[in-house]
Unconditional design. Structure first.
Ligand code: ADP
Ligand code: MG
Ligand code: MG
Length: 250
């Protein structure tokens, strides 16, 4: 479904991704781990099409199509969604309007009409209940005054409403207490489907106690230097990253 080949990316003249290879098949959940500054956020941003990143070499394909040729809106319409496409606060734009607009844009791309208001309300009520969120969230401006945990819940809510083909979740566990982590994990698990792939950046093994990834990758200095199953995350938790670096240098 997603294929990244020999990807090199520079940001403001700085070489950050240095020949990254990654293949994610439909139906799978992949976790990316790695030290700070390795390029994890850069990878998610480049896949989603954020501005300011220059791809100097390599390719990204999604369902066989060249992603780098697509505008950011087109990527979203094709079902490639970065959790919190709008990480910043959007003053005055209510969460519910953003969700509805995003859903309608996706439906339009699929040849469907606008979602009827009662149907949308039913959908949204079901999803906020699942995420154990208060309905007042919907009336608040996007991310305005949201805590870290609230932002993450909201990000998963967006995924549940939009049902992307590829869900990219950066720093999925940052700012989450134990209860919120469980809710976020339940949300991600409910997104699992044969025709969907999930790529998440996580820092802690404890999240992976709730979401068992099919593949765990270690990203160090702009490259994936090791991949394995869920056991690899446990090993990283116990031993850190240095041994992976030494192993890959050998
Ligand atoms: P990670 O998510 O793995 O912690 P990032 O992808 O955020 O790493 O960053 C990788 C490297 O790129 C870091 O050294 C960071 O300082 C640098 N970097 C990221 N974004 C920018 C930017 N906009 N301008 C300059 N350097 C950046
Ligand atoms: Mg970082
Ligand atoms: Mg990051």
């Amino acid at each position: 479904m997603l294929e990244v080949k020999d990807l090199h990316v520079t940001v403001e003249g700085k070489h950050i991704l240095k020949g990254l290879n990654l293949t994610v098949a439909a139906g799978q959940v992949h976790a990316i781990m790695g030290p700070n500054g390795a390029g994890k956020s850069t990878l998610s941003a480049v896949i989603a099409g954020k501005e300011g990143y220059e791809v100097t070499q390599g390719s990204i394909t999604f369902d066989g199509q060249d992603v780098l040729e697509m505008e950011i809106e087109e990527r979203a319409r094709k079902g490639l969604l970065l959790g919190f496409q709008y990480p910043v606060e959007i003053p005055g734009v209510k969460n519910i309007y953003l969700l509805k607009a995003a859903l309608n844009a996706k439906r339009e791309a699929e040849g469907l009409g606008e979602i009827p208001a009662p149907e949308f309300m039913k959908l949204i009520k079901e999803k906020i209940a699942f995420m154990k969120m208060d309905a007042s969230f919907l009336q608040r401006a996007v991310n305005e005054g949201f805590s870290g945990g609230e932002k993450k819940r909201n990000e998963i809510l967006q995924m549940l409403v939009l049902q992307p083909k590829l869900a990219l979740l950066d720093e999925i566990d940052s700012g989450l207490d134990i209860d919120a982590m469980k809710v976020v994990a339940d949300g991600v698990n409910s997104l699992r489907a044969a025709d969907r792939a999930i790529l998440m950046v996580t820092h802690y093994q404890r999240l992976l106690d709730h979401i068992t990834p099919d593949v765990v990758h270690v990203l160090v200095d702009g490259r994936i230097v090791k991949s394995g199953d869920a056991e690899l995350a446990k090993e990283l938790e116990a031993r850190g990253y240095d041994w992976v670096l030494e192993e890959s240098a050998a």
